[in-house]
Design a protein around this ligand. Structure first.
Ligand SMILES: [Zn+2]
Ligand SMILES: [Zn+2]
Length: 280
């Protein structure tokens, strides 16, 4: 079975939907990777709400969720992820340690609690395990990586840090790099090495080269920076990801055309996109 990669949310910062954003969608970061034996979810932005319903209908009972970093747009959907409220579901939640005191459980329990949300994590019915790793570590996901599959991690240049993920299997490599900014230095070298030769990458392309100038240091790329890094890393195909929240469909279509004129192997991620890696 080919590995199926589905985009449930491609927007950055905050979900802001209007009739002018329906083509690319307004839900924030969430991507699922489905293999013959596993479901891995990258980030819990608002896109995870629809994914939860789809998993429930498909009777999926074992789920790994890897979080890139605790910024709200990557976590805000989690309280509405319906498999958390099903007793026969097992969920493993993963994130990198961000400082000496933080672990995955405290990061999530500090956020999903009164007075911000009425249902705390102790009221989840699913069997939930929390895992904390150091950026750079390789993960053995709890649902069990089949032979030939690996999940590597890398620290990205973003305020407070962000984890990039690289999922490899026999016939393909997928990289997820939602929030980061080119630094023309050591971070770029590490990021290029991390992306090296992958088949498909979702890459932070929040800004245009023009509007980047007033957002320098915010921790996000413009699309040309993303494309140049992917070119240096010999990425086969890449998608502009983490679209600025106010960007309309018309603006994103124009950005996509422009980006494709320089990088024919790119496209802008749309909510609902499904890509395949040829893994068995
Ligand atoms: Zn973000
Ligand atoms: Zn962020």
């Amino acid at each position: 079975m080919a590995v199926e990669i589905s985009v449930w949310g491609a927007r950055g910062s905050i979900p802001y939907g209007t009739v002018d954003t329906s083509l690319f969608g307004s839900n924030t970061s969430c991507v699922s990777v489905k293999t013959a034996h596993q479901t891995i979810i990258f980030d819990a932005g608002t896109g995870i709400v629809g994914l939860g319903e789809a998993l429930r209908q498909a009777h999926v009972k074992n789920i790994d969720i890897v979080i890139s970093h605790p910024h709200l747009d990557h976590l805000i959907g989690l309280p509405f992820f319906s498999p958390l409220y099903e007793a026969d579901v097992t969920i493993h939640l993963w994130s990198a340690r961000r400082n000496a005191l933080s672990d995955t459980k405290s990061m999530i329990s500090e956020f999903i609690r009164e007075p911000y949300f009425p249902i705390g994590i102790d009221q989840w019915a699913a069997k939930v395990s929390f895992h904390t790793f150091e950026d750079g570590q390789e993960l053995g996901l709890a649902a069990g990586m089949s032979s030939g599959m690996t999940m590597s991690t890398c620290r990205l240049n973003h305020p407070g840090g962000c984890t990039g993920y690289r999922f490899e299997c026999e016939d393909g490599v997928f990289c997820y790099l939602p929030d980061f900014e080119r630094d023309d230095g050591s971070f770029d070298a590490a990021t290029i090495e991390f992306l090296n030769g992958c088949d498909l990458a979702l890459v932070d392309a929040t800004y245009t080269p023009e509007d980047y100038e007033e957002h320098r240091g915010y921790g996000h790329n413009h699309w040309r920076a993303a494309g140049e890094l992917c070119a240096k890393a010999d990425v086969k195909a890449w998608k502009l990801f983490h679209h600025a929240h106010l960007r309309t469909d018309a603006e994103l279509l124009a950005i996509e055309r422009l980006a494709q004129s320089e990088f024919p192997n790119c496209a802008a991620s749309r909510e609902g996109d499904i890509y395949h890696l040829g893994c068995s």
